[in-house]
Write a protein that binds this ligand. Structure first.
Ligand SMILES: *[C@@H]1O[C@H](CO)[C@@H](O)[C@H](O)[C@H]1NC(C)=O
Ligand SMILES: *[C@@H]1O[C@H](CO)[C@@H](O)[C@H](O)[C@H]1NC(C)=O
Ligand SMILES: *[C@@H]1O[C@H](CO)[C@@H](O)[C@H](O)[C@H]1NC(C)=O
Ligand SMILES: *[C@@H]1O[C@H](CO)[C@@H](O)[C@H](O)[C@H]1NC(C)=O
Ligand SMILES: *[C@@H]1O[C@H](CO)[C@@H](O)[C@H](O)[C@H]1NC(C)=O
Ligand SMILES: *[C@@H]1O[C@H](CO)[C@@H](O)[C@H](O)[C@H]1NC(C)=O
Ligand SMILES: *[C@@H]1O[C@H](CO)[C@@H](O)[C@H](O)[C@H]1NC(C)=O
Ligand SMILES: *[C@@H]1O[C@H](CO)[C@@H](O)[C@H](O)[C@H]1NC(C)=O
Ligand SMILES: *[C@@H]1O[C@H](CO)[C@@H](O)[C@H](O)[C@H]1NC(C)=O
Length: 890
């Protein structure tokens, strides 16, 4: 939340008030449609707004729209006298209002409308005193029109900055562009005449701020498109040229198909040589309306070229022979080898990402000598920033001579994918892992790199990412400096104002977010030096977060120094290079070993083994109940000369070579084989069904799909641990719009790539995770022979932990979202509905925004549209054998 704080508020009320004054007398007001305009396509300037209504932090994904109780905003007509019950509005009611779009600008090929909504009548100040920042989040709807004055159908893209959900005519769009990335707008083909557009407005403190007047500012923009293949983003994503050499050879272009037929990318060629740049000949299909990043290899003709020119050769899928070409040019950025510069690499999701790398300085005075491998110093950026931004990439210029590889990763997007968690953290790992290939590519002669030892630091959202790295990968972290970071989303903007729900349900939603509640994981930091810093007057991330975690660290026996900067706010120019931080970077990068891996007594708290590394040489492979934290207590007993291990909610552990000979687990002595079965010298131990511990793994890897492990662990966000592009499989034209929407959202929010395939053509040998979109009986069976969730045409049945079969059916609309196993640690996320509408409702749950809390399975009833989580018929977790846990609600 760094750059999203500067809204001007004053004009907004005036607009609402004027609108009311002008139109107040009339009961029904037709929308002003600017018929006189000469532009081919325009937004109406007058909009009808209905609100405010309550919404919880990140709750909108679950539905929770009170107007759905009345059939949805789309079914309501403007009525000045109508009153709607609302917990926020004056007299307990919400009413319609008319609003002029703040600005509608039209050029021959684009038109935009900016809506600023505010409710000055609501006493936000008092509500905020009682409920905190949760109280300045609310929802409303706005209705306007798109008028096509031209005589022919207009092919356009629709940008929806800061909106999450909207309808155009009768088509529903969920996803929008909450952070205004503008990466994957939907493509519309609008016929002449007027089209209704309804936009759901959601106020979110993390995206829009919590200090100023709580307005909602949404920008809508239509742009005409070619109706064919075009660039979704100008230029080529590629590395910088350092001392005449390209720093990495992989590049990418983002392509959008704005036409109505699928397009096949036949080749990507160098325009200079006509050589192919694609190294993978598999079909690249960009479905109609889809945006995909396409990766290719780049080689420069000579050190002197100033630009790269490529031609994308494509054709319509249906037609043979008719090739077209799209030319793309990118100026090369030239830098010194020693300056922070852009490197590119493949993210595990199969698309290209970048990071800014600063190799060890020429004059770095590394006491350890030139032959030693230097650690990596990571600096994680705050929300809304690009790593290539000067403010990020040059933040450590004042410490130019560190003995470290300094890296500024992106986390793939300005919001670091998912706040540096699953998707964003994988990006950090792959960025670091690409340093050795950079060393080869540029012929680096300086000190080497130790990619397994990190000093991690970051500001704001990156401070939170620093806590995440520290608590999840403790054995890799030499030291950590979280600056102005927050402890967890729930502590940042409280979840108080969600729709009411059974405590079992809130436990499940909250349990799905266990891995991201750093305040629960502070014990993992023991043995790792930490420098905390926070501006005393920070009004963006309260100092409370750092003070609170500092206290918990103290109680966990961890070493943290806390510097609260008097009079300073959230951010200032040298916030990452205060004197204490400079000393800390110097000192910590110079150490050649870490104490934490040698701790004799520690506790390891694990929320999701799928995203946890080792602590003190121990890795947790499985929890008993994945909805609950697991705990491993370790203590060296010198009299026994062995380690005493006490566990709770743990099913399996991997013990490194440090735990040789014998250990005592929960009072039971286990003799460990000297010759371990694992390559890295570790031994696996697990809890048997009889309740005793044995040496060996929980299950054999042969029974691949029967047992859940590795990348499959975690709640629904585990689907993000894909290797290769997502595969979105669907049945045909009823599901294709939802498939397209899921693809768009994955690209918008994660820059991810996905292949959309009709189920007939889908082959099970891709490497990516699969998202299956199906209605009724068309869902293909699970690869697991006895999977506990089965669907029928209009019913769904769940086998609970006591082997009772619970069937949901009847005339109620049913939707479901749940994980299923595939071979080789891959996952399938099933999105199912008894009809098209319930399918769309289930599709909201595909992971996209952080903090939503989707567990492993959710069965939605229709009332979730307004009741939110309470409207789910069943939800919960699947254990290591893919059975429903006792903690689930069925
Ligand atoms: C307050 O709401 C009630 C219905 O809930 C309505 O009868 C009354 O007229 C409203 N008062 C005002 C001042 O709008
Ligand atoms: C829109 O039109 C202007 C000139 O009127 C042109 O410069 C611009 O490139 C056009 N943009 C698109 C997206 O076609
Ligand atoms: C609307 O479009 C105009 C012209 O393209 C542009 O100058 C203006 O910044 C846009 N407004 C917003 C709010 O994006
Ligand atoms: C590349 O292909 C184009 C079109 O086929 C041709 O005109 C051009 O001469 C070729 N260039 C080279 C360097 O071969
Ligand atoms: C290393 O060089 C940079 C400039 O290139 C300079 O600012 C810095 O002080 C030098 N450090 C040492 C230790 O000489
Ligand atoms: C670390 O450095 C110290 C001297 O600073 C040296 O004695 C020790 O052997 C080194 N340890 C390793 C593992 O390189
Ligand atoms: C959907 O499929 C049906 C039959 O397969 C076909 O008749 C219909 O035209 C299709 N609709 C669209 C919009 O493609
Ligand atoms: C997938 O496997 C089938 C046969 O099992 C093979 O025909 C097909 O080419 C494979 N597809 C890919 C993309 O490897
Ligand atoms: C999972 O459920 C199946 C079917 O009820 C049962 O046979 C099996 O023993 C269960 N496995 C575990 C590990 O709970």
């Amino acid at each position: 939340m760094s750059s999203h704080f500067c809204y001007t508020v004053v004009t907004l009320y005036i607009l609402v008030l004027i609108a009311r004054a002008v139109h107040g007398e009339r009961a029904m007001v037709p929308l002003d449609t600017r018929q006189g305009s000469q532009q081919p396509i325009v937004f109406s300037s007058s909009w009808q707004v209905l609100g405010p209504f309550q919404i919880g932090t990140r709750e909108a994904t679950w539905g929770s729209d009170p107007l759905e109780y009345l059939g949805g905003f789309r079914a309501l007509q403007y009525d000045q006298g109508a009153q709607f019950r609302s917990s926020l509005g004056t007299n307990g009611t919400a009413k319609w209002a008319l609003l002029d779009a703040k600005q509608t600008t039209s050029t021959p090929n684009s038109t935009n409308a900016s809506l600023s909504i505010s409710y000055p009548d609501v006493d936000w100040v008092f509500l905020r005193i009682v409920y905190g920042w949760a109280a300045v989040q609310y929802q409303a709807w706005a209705r306007g029109e798109i008028v096509v004055n031209a005589a022919v159908t207009q092919h356009v893209i629709l940008y929806t900055d800061m909106a999450l959900e909207f309808w155009v005519d009768d088509v529903h769009y969920f996803g929008g562009d909450f952070y205004a990335y503008r990466k994957a707008p939907p493509v519309l083909h609008l016929s002449p005449g007027s089209h209704k557009i309804d936009v759901r407005l959601i106020r979110d403190v993390r995206a829009m701020g919590g200090v100023l007047e709580p307005t909602i500012d949404v920008v809508l923009e239509l742009q005409q498109t070619s109706g064919s293949l075009e660039l979704a983003k100008p230029g080529v994503l590629m590395a910088d040229v350092v001392d005449g050499k390209l720093a990495s050879s992989i590049g990418s272009i983002a392509l959008r198909n704005s036409g109505e037929d699928d397009i096949e990318i036949v080749d990507v060629q160098s325009s200079d040589t006509n050589n192919t740049l694609l190294n993978d000949n598999s079909d690249i299909i960009v479905a109609a309306g889809q945006t995909r990043p396409v990766a290719f290899n780049i080689s420069l003709r000579g050190g002197n070229s100033s630009s790269l020119n490529v031609a994308v050769i494509y054709k319509p899928v249906k037609v043979e022979g008719q090739l077209s070409s799209l030319n793309v040019s990118q100026n090369l950025a030239k830098r010194s080898l020693y300056d922070p510069h852009k490197i590119t690499y493949l993210h595990p999701g199969g698309m290209v990402s970048y990071a800014m790398l600063r190799p060890p300085a020429r004059n770095a005075t590394c006491r350890l000598g030139q032959n030693i491998s230097l650690p990596v110093l990571l600096q994680l950026h705050g929300a809304g920033l690009e790593a290539e931004n000067e403010q990020v990439a040059h933040a450590l210029d004042p410490v130019s001579d560190l003995c470290a590889w300094v890296m500024f990763p992106t986390g793939v997007t300005p919001w670091s994918g998912d706040d540096w968690h699953n998707w964003g953290f994988a990006d950090v790992e792959y960025a670091v892992n690409s340093i050795p290939s950079w060393i080869k590519t540029v012929g680096w002669q300086g000190p080497g790199v130790d990619i397994g030892r990190w000093v991690v630091s970051g500001h704001s959202n990156g401070g939170q990412g620093t806590w995440y790295s520290l608590t999840h990968q403790p054995d890799r972290i030499i030291a950590a400096a979280p600056v102005s970071g927050y402890a967890s989303i729930q502590k940042y903007v409280p979840y108080e104002l969600w729709q009411p729900m059974d405590p079992r349900r809130s436990a499940i939603v909250s349990g799905s977010l266990n891995s991201y509640r750093h305040e629960m994981l502070m014990e993992n930091a023991k043995g790792i030096p930490i420098l905390q810093q926070h501006g005393e007057k920070d009004d963006n991330v309260p100092t409370y977060h750092s003070r609170f975690l500092g206290q918990l660290l103290f109680q966990a026996g961890a070493q943290s120094n806390y510097y609260e900067l008097p009079g300073q706010g959230h951010w200032f120019d040298s916030v990452m290079t205060t004197s204490q931080l400079k000393d800390f970077y110097r000192k910590q990068t110079a150490t050649n070993m870490t104490d934490s891996t040698r701790l004799k007594e520690f506790t390891f708290i694990v929320a999701d083994p799928g995203d946890m590394g080792r602590k003190g040489g121990i890795r947790v492979t499985h929890l008993e109940d994945p909805g609950q934290y697991g705990r491993v207590g370790v203590k060296y007993d010198s009299a026994l000369n062995s380690y005493i291990i006490r566990t709770s909610n743990i099913l399996g552990l991997q013990l490194s070579g440090r735990y040789s000979e014998k250990v005592d687990i929960n009072g039971q002595e286990l003799v460990l084989p000297g010759e371990s079965t694992n390559e890295d010298g570790s031994n696996e131990v697990c809890l048997t069904t009889e309740g005793t511990w044995k040496v060996g793994s929980l299950h054999s890897t042969e029974a691949d799909v029967l047992y859940r492990r590795g990348r499959q662990l975690g709640a629904m966000t585990a689907i993000l641990r894909t290797r290769g592009p997502f595969i979105i499989s669907h049945q045909g034209n009823q599901t294709s719009q939802v498939a397209l929407q899921v693809s768009r959202n994955l690209h918008q929010y994660f820059s991810a790539d996905s292949k959309i395939v009709g189920s007939a053509s889908w082959d099970n040998n891709g490497t990516g995770n699969v998202i299956t979109i199906a209605t009724g009986e068309s869902l293909p069976p699970s690869t697991h022979p006895n999977f506990p969730i089965q669907v029928g045409a209009t019913s769904i049945s769940v086998r609970d932990s006591e082997e009772r079969q619970r069937t949901f059916e009847g005339d109620a609309r049913l939707g479901a979202a749940f994980l299923r196993p595939l071979q080789d640690e891959r996952l399938e996320l099933v999105i199912w509905g008894s009809d098209g509408e319930s399918l769309a409702q289930a599709a909201r749950l595909v992971p996209m925004l952080t903090g939503v809390g989707q567990p492993d399975f959710v069965i939605l009833g229709e009332s979730a549209r307004w009741r939110g989580v309470e409207g789910a018929m069943a939800l919960g977790f699947l254990n290591h054998a893919w059975n429903v846990t006792a903690s689930s609600l069925v």
